[in-house]
Write a protein that binds this ligand. Structure first.
Ligand code: SAM
Length: 330
């Protein structure tokens, strides 16, 4: 266990069709009531226990993490934490960047190390269609620029590629982010949750994405930064930057997964595609000490045998069972 992803809200200000489709997340959808959310103090308390068990990096996500009021206060407290060996724990955040221009400086000041922004295309039409919102591409690009300006670097940009929806934006995105210092990462469209109508035909395999880019701008593969890194890294041969591909569908990386996930309401999940989690909030609120919490976490971790992405085609979870990404944290 090296990485902890914490979903700090199940709400979002976009309705990306592949993640929170409006039909499922409309005004009738019941988001978690406030009392169900882990408080910042509870998140910090659990983070300390996870760190004792090996976690070195914490990523805040959601839903849209910048919607959680006072997120800077949480970052400030997490950024003070150290591993048992005395190394500072790295705090990162994944955001749709809609509020990033406004918040980049305060996030940096609070101790945030790095940010990953999501952007699925550069044309207003594609972006509006994918995000099902009226937000402009410029708002997101301004957020990315602000993050770079304040030193939340290197900024990574995630682009989920869905066939027929935004695959025509692969080259324009690569062109735009070359020479910018931003690491653009292409993500295969995944069958997370049960609402996004996923079909294998909609997946553009990472190999195909790389071939497209390579035929325009030759790339060569470079070593991972660390074991368990999800993105395969590639450099442009002409030195104009780095891209990554995350091939969670066509080349699953379950065997080296080091990620634990904490849902908005304090359940531990050992897989993005899990159906059930282990409740940590209830024991925490009943006064469990750190040893009890550590045993609960370690016990669940040691038993984990999820490798959904490797078994995908055998349909491991019955339809209707997998939980949604906005709740477990992407
Ligand atoms: N709201 C934040 C954002 O947009 O980055 C954080 C949460 S979002 C769930 C995290 C990442 O998961 C985003 O980059 C998003 O594009 C990606 N994602 C969501 N659903 C996905 C899917 N079905 N397949 C692949 N990636 C997905």
């Amino acid at each position: 266990m090296r990485d902890l992803r914490v979903s700090i809200t199940d709400r979002c200000n976009l309705r990306c069709t592949y993640c929170m489709p409006r039909e499922a997340f409309d005004e009738n959808h019941s988001f978690l009531p406030r009392a169900d959310l882990l408080s910042f103090e509870e998140i910090e308390r659990l983070a300390r226990v996870f760190i004792q068990l090996g976690v070195q990096k914490i990523r805040l996500t959601g839903g849209e993490p910048l919607l959680r009021r006072g997120v800077e206060r949480l970052i400030e407290s997490l950024a003070k934490l150290h591993t048992p060996e005395g190394k500072p724990v790295e705090i990162a955040l994944t955001t749709n960047a809609v509020l990033l221009a406004k918040k980049a400086q305060s996030l940096k000041d609070a101790g945030l190390a790095r940010v990953t922004a999501s952007l699925d295309g550069l044309s207003e039409e594609t972006f509006r269609r994918m995000s099902d919102s009226d937000v402009s591409v410029k708002t997101v690009l301004d957020g990315i620029a602000a993050a770079q300006r304040v030193g939340l670097a290197p900024v990574k940009v995630n682009m989920v590629v869905k066939r027929g929806a935004n695959d025509h934006e692969i080259i324009p995105m690569a062109e735009h982010f070359r020479n910018s210092g931003v690491v653009l990462r292409f993500i295969e469209f995944m069958d997370v949750g049960c609402t996004n109508g996923w079909r294998m035909d909609d997946v553009v395999p990472a190999r195909e994405i790389l071939e497209q880019i390579n035929s325009r701008y030759p790339v060569r593969q470079v070593d991972p930064n660390y074991t368990g890194e999800v993105a395969e890294r590639w450099h442009y041969a002409d030195g104009s930057g780095e891209i990554g591909v995350i091939s969670s569908v066509t080349q699953a990386f379950c065997h080296e997964c080091t990620r634990a996930r904490l849902s908005t309401d304090g359940k531990l999940y050992t897989c993005l595609f899990a159906a059930t989690g282990t409740d940590l909030r209830d024991p925490l609120r009943r006064g469990a000490n750190d040893r009890i919490l550590a045993n609960l976490i370690a016990g669940r971790w040691e038993q984990r045998n999820d490798r959904y992405s490797q078994l995908r085609h055998a349909a491991t979870a019955a339809p209707g069972e997998k939980i949604e990404m906005s709740y477990i944290g992407g």
